[in-house]
Structures are given as C-alpha cells and as structure tokens.
Design a protein around this ligand. Structure first.
Ligand code: FRU
Length: 613
C-alpha cells in the first residue's frame, strides 16, 4: 500500500469512531475528541507551521507534543474557546518526517464532549508556510527592540562578540502573556537595529528557561572550547536550579551541559549573573535569593563547580518586594581616580511608584563579599536607576569593548505588563544606556545612564530647531513630527534661574497630554500620565513619577525619546532617567512650555525625526 492509501485507510477507521474536521491532500489535521477535556490532534504536513488560535481570556491548555509516540516538548497555550484574538505558530519543520500529534488537555470544564467540540480553536487550526509578523500595531515601537510576536520580559544573557551585540530575552513564543519561558534571541551591530534569530534555549526536563547571563570563555576554563559562549540560566521546574549551556556558533545554538543543574540550593534562587574577576582570576556569580531579599555571591574556576561565598541584602535598601535579576560590575567615578562596584538588584514590587523597579548599591567587592557604601549617618541609601514606572530587570552586556558598561531594561511593570493594550506582542526593551558614576552634592556616588552613542544612528532629518525662546506664564507650543506616528527625539536646555516651576507638556488635539514639571527649587522633574491616553486597563497605570534632577543652578538639559507607546527622558547627561509607557489614541502633536514665578529660557531645542524601522 502506498503512504496515501495507508493514510486514507487509517482515516476511514478513525472517522468511523470520531469525526475528522479538516482534511486537505497531504496536509492533514485530524482532531479527535477523547473526553470533555482531552483532544488528540494529529498533524501530517510538509508545511512550516501549524497555527494555533488563541483567546487571551481562556485558561492555558497543556499540549504534550508527541513525536513518534514520545513527548518531545510540553507547551501551554490559551486555546480559543469563543473568539480568536490572534494565532501563534507551532514550528512543524523541527519534526519533519516524524509522526506528530498534540495531546491536548483543556482546562475548561464542559458538561459533555459535544460542548467541548464547539470550542472555536478546533475548526481554525491551520497549516501555513508563513506567519505574519509585520509591524502594524499602532502601539508597536518603531525603534525599540520588541519580539516579532508573543510575550517578552527580562533581557537575558547579553554579550558582545565579533562586532555583534547579542540580546536574549524571556520569551513566550505561544502567546502574548507570560508562559513557556524560553530564551528568544536578537543580534545587532549597532545596538539599535535588531535582527531576530531562532529561539536560543528551549525548556527541557529540568524546567522552563528563566533569566540568566552569558560569558565568552576566552581561556577555555570550562573546557567547551576557546571563546565558547557559556550561558547560565535558571531551570524553573518543580524548583529553581541553575543550568549551564554552551555554544560554539557565537550564541546561535546552545547545548545544555549534561551535568546541569550546576547549582542547587535548598530554597528558591534564580537569575545567575557571571563575570570574570580580573583581580582574583576566577569567575564570580551573583544569584538572586528572592524571598530572602538578598543576593548570593559565588566563585568558580571552571564555571561548572561553584562555591557559595557570602550574601548581601537582608534588611538593606528597598525591601518591599522580592529581589531578582542581579548584576555587578566596577566603574570609574567621574572626575576622580576612584573606582566603585555597582550592585544592581531589581525589585518587585516595592518600586518608588509601585510595582517593579531597579535599585542599585554602590560599594566594594573583593570577589568574596560586597560591602556597601553608607551615608553620613551610617545607613545604606536606597538608589534607583530610573525614575519611571516602566524600567525593570535591567542588566548589562558582558565582554563589551572599550570598558563600556551598557545596560538595557524591560520597558514595562509587572503590575500591568500582561494587560497593556497591544495584541500580537507584549513589551519592548528600553534604549541601550551607557552607565557611569558621579559624585553628587550630597557626597554620595550615583549612577548615570546616557542613551548609548549608537542611538544617534536613529536620528533622521532635523524637523525643527529653536535657538532661543523666552518662556513665561503663557504656553508656547511647537509642533512635533507627524510622520511614522510621531516618533521623534527632542533635545533642549532650560535656564530657570529666575523661575519657580517650568511645565513642559506633550499633547494631541484629543485632549490627551503628559505634563512634566521641573522645579528648580526642589530639584525635581515629574511626569504625569494620568491623562496620557488609554489608562484604564489597570488601576496601577495612571501615575505621576518624579525624579531628583541632580543639578544645583536651575539649568537642565533634557533629551526625550518618543516611540509610539513609550517616552524615555534623560536629564543632565543621564544623571536622572525616567521611562514611562503611554498609549495615546493619537500621537502627541505638540510640545509646549510655560513658566511660573518668573521667566525661563528655552535654548538649543532640536526636534529630530526618526527613520522608522
Ligand atoms: C523577573 C523574573 C525573573 C525570572 C523571570 C521569569 O522579571 O521574575 O526573576 O527569571 O522573570 O520570566
């Protein structure tokens, strides 16, 4: 019998037992309902994808992917019950030539199989050779890194090698809400134009793939080869353990080290961040001990065997949330010969404006222990890297050239990340930021974050230029570019030595606006998004955020990046930074300035168009 005949014969037998709902030449999807909650879908096709219909309000169905009768992977998908919000692609090419079936356990409680069969997903399972990921959603950023589709949270494992910046990220390839954590992967030669690559690390029997880091093993300490890229991440199964993976093709594909997990502890620990310590000539690792609100420090000679050295954090800094996604590195302090260590500790909730945020500590680290700097009263001050609501899980690139320390964050907040009004994708990264240290007037050392110089590559033509303008009580407005949904960069200086408060407002003609206030007496800069556009998807979204400006003469310089659903503000060469999402019904079309308590002067304003990507 030929293959086709076997198929048809088999189909006839099965069809006599359960109806077959779709059949097309060699492309075959058979849907067999086995019980109220169990459906077996057999797929026989040379096509690239099986498109799975998703309804976000459904609960997750558990899908065991059976290949020649063995479970190859398990994924969770919110299969559509009554309406299809979007589809997600399941890649069939990985299983070409094999017998593939999906053993699906749906959570919906139904009274009968007949009722379960009515779920819309069964009729709309489709085979396809392509999957549309065109950047059409109005809130999809143009020049910030986003996944092609699906959910993204933390940036992971970033490293630089051979002229390429690698960015991995917490990714759900099967929906726009958190699930199925996998390392997605993108590369860039300039930190602002990104190319999407195939999934880098997928879940295995140890669990899904949570956050972690990568290093380039120049001296082959781990034995996977000189310059192998080594990743360490958290395997999130029944418990959290740390696993090692290695790549000899510059981070495109990884093999999971068979000795994984390499670190097991008796309590939850995650997000390992490793680095080579030049001073001690060994590897160090900082690991979050989230529920204890502390970070653990470990050391190793081969990246495989690790010794726990110390912990830092309990009772220190912001403590109102779990500590996650650490990073640690040394930086010079501007205008001095001093160098200091920066320990990043992302915290959720407990951020200054609710929800998640990035705190950091300045101190010393000897490869064994982190000792934080204290203030004049002997306390360890709490410091924040960004004063917006949408900046989390910030970590840095390893192996960056010229001693640069470049950080990038997840541009959202755990309070509402899953509810923001986007569909085919959720979340973007911040712009890359070059970090440095400065000593402020209070004697403390703080971090500053400037947009990485590569962001200049984004600039298109100058849309308008104002050399100098007096600002008084009456609002002065300037138009913003309309092209590409108003994406732009705005730079200006304000001299407010004779004024009490300057208001800078971004607005559209639908009454949506973002007033920002600079108060030179209080040295603060605030951002109010309560009327910024769509804000009602979460009670935690409408908010005013406020930053210390670290200036003392009433003169500030501001750089604003607008990208459809985000605004990033860099003040005084990055001494304060503020990242906030916004969802205006229409792009903001003007920027206006007014001043209370005396006149101020606006100077050197340039509004740059940005070339859409
Ligand atoms: C932080 C975090 C990490 C974890 C990851 C899971 O946002 O909770 O601690 O590794 O997300 O996606």
């Amino acid at each position: 019998m030929t293959k086709v005949m076997i198929c048809i014969a088999a189909m006839m037998i099965m069809c006599s037992m359960t109806p077959c709902e779709s059949l097309a030449d060699v492309d075959r999807i058979e849907v067999n309902h086995l019980s109220v909650t169990n459906t077996l879908v057999r797929v026989d096709s040379d096509r690239h994808y099986l498109l799975l219909p998703v309804q976000e309000s459904s609960d997750d169905a558990r899908i065991n992917v059976l290949v020649d009768g063995n479970i190859a992977e398990t994924i969770y998908v919110r299969l559509a019950k009554t309406k299809i919000d979007y589809t997600v692609p399941f890649d069939l090419t990985l299983y070409k030539g094999k017998h593939l079936s999906l053993d699906i356990l749906t959570p919906q409680s139904r009274s009968s199989v007949r009722e379960a069969k009515d779920d819309v997903c069964w009729k709309d399972l489709k085979l396809a050779d392509s999957f549309d990921t065109d950047n059409r959603e109005r809130f999809r950023p143009s020049y910030h890194h986003t996944p092609l589709y699906g959910w993204m949270n933390d940036p992971n494992g970033m490293f630089y090698k051979d002229g390429q910046w690698h960015l991995y990220y917490q990714y759900n390839p099967y929906g726009s809400k958190w699930q199925n954590m996998t390392w997605g992967h993108s590369v860039s030669s300039d930190l602002v134009h990104w190319t999407h690559k195939p999934l880098a690390i997928k879940p295995n029997g140890l669990g899904t793939v949570f956050s972690g880091s990568c290093v380039v093993d120049e001296n082959n300490t781990a034995g996977f080869g000189k310059d192998a890229v080594i990743a360490m991440y958290t395997s999130a199964g029944t418990s959290q353990m740390q696993s090692l993976a290695w790549s000899t093709d510059n981070g495109t594909t990884f093999d999971i080290y068979t000795g994984s997990p390499t670190i097991t502890l008796e309590s939850e620990a995650r997000d390992p961040n490793m680095f080579w310590n030049n001073k001690t000539n060994e590897w160090n690792l900082v690991l979050a001990h989230p529920l204890d609100h502390e970070m653990l420090f470990l050391s190793s000679h081969d990246l495989k065997r690790w010794t726990l050295q110390s912990s830092f954090g309990q009772g220190t800094g912001a403590q109102d949330g779990i500590w996650e996604c650490p990073d640690i590195f040394e930086l010079p302090v501007e205008n001095s010969d001093e160098k200091k260590w920066v320990l990043i500790s992302n915290i959720n909730p407990g951020g200054p404006f609710g929800g998640s945020a990035t705190q950091y500590f300045i101190g010393n680290f000897n490869g064994r222990k982190f000792i934080p700097d204290t203030d004049a009263d002997g306390n360890v001050p709490t410091k924040w890297l960004d004063f917006g609501k949408d900046h989390y899980a910030t970590v840095s690139w390893s192996n960056a050239p010229e001693d640069r320390r470049i950080v990038i964050g997840w541009m959202s907040n755990w309070q509402y990340a899953a509810d923001v009004p986007t569909t085919q994708f959720r979340s973007a990264n911040t712009l890359p930021r070059d970090m440095s240290l400065f000593r402020a007037a209070d004697g403390q050392i703080y971090a500053s974050c400037q947009p990485s110089p590569e962001t200049l590559n984004l600039r298109g033509a100058i849309f308008s230029k104002i050399n100098r303008s007096n600002i008084g009580k009456k609002q002065r407005s300037f138009p913003l570019p309309k092209a590409n949904n108003g994406i732009c960069e705005i730079v200006f200086d304000i001299d407010s030595r004779k004024a009490e408060e300057i208001t800078i407002t971004l607005a559209n003609n639908s009454g949506e606006e973002v007033p920002m206030k600079y108060n030179p007496q209080k040295h603060t800069f605030s951002f109010d998004r309560t009327k910024s556009g769509i804000v009602d998807f979460s009670e935690n979204f409408p908010a005013t955020t406020i930053a210390p400006t670290f200036e003392n003469e009433g003169i500030i310089s501001i750089r604003i990046f607008i990208d459809r659903s985000s605004i990033e503000i860099f003040g005084n060469d990055g001494k304060f930074v503020m990242t906030n999402l916004i969802f205006p019904e229409k792009p903001y079309s003007t920027i206006s300035f007014s001043s209370e308590g005396g006149n101020a002067r606006l100077s050197d304003m340039k509004i740059y168009s940005i070339n859409a990507q």
